[in-house]
Ligand binder design. Structure first.
Ligand SMILES: [Zn+2]
Length: 114
């Protein structure tokens, strides 16, 4: 369990660095979009696309950070490895593949179907 915790903690540091990076790229894009008032339509379209793409990267990175923080919390409160939904054990095999899993296979599949 200690090994898993330090692994996830290391992950969190990396993910936070990544988040910072995409966030600053996002800031750059927003700053740049204010300058190019004389752009033609096609250019503006490209910029919008870039911005949306960057935005989804930021959201993803944020999500990963949150999930990882939650996994650490769960290790600390000794609820790690339990499904948040049904309370059953998530299972070692699944945790090895998805160390941040908070739902068991059954509940995860239910959630995806929703
Ligand atoms: Zn479950």
């Amino acid at each position: 369990m200690k090994a898993i915790r330090s692994e996830i903690a290391k992950d969190l540091v990396r993910l936070k660095a990544e988040l910072k990076e995409v966030e600053s790229e996002m800031d750059d894009l927003i700053a740049a979009s204010g300058v190019g008032a004389g752009d033609d339509q096609a250019d503006a379209g490209t910029k919008t696309f870039e911005r949306e793409h960057e935005m989804s990267l930021v959201y993803n990175a944020r999500d990963m950070v949150l999930q990882t923080e939650r996994a650490l919390e769960r290790i600390d409160t000794k609820t790690y490895g339990r499904c948040e939904d049904c309370g059953n054990a998530i299972g070692k095999a699944r945790l090895q593949v998805f160390p941040r899993a908070t739902l068991c296979m059954v509940c995860k599949q239910k959630e995806e179907r929703r």
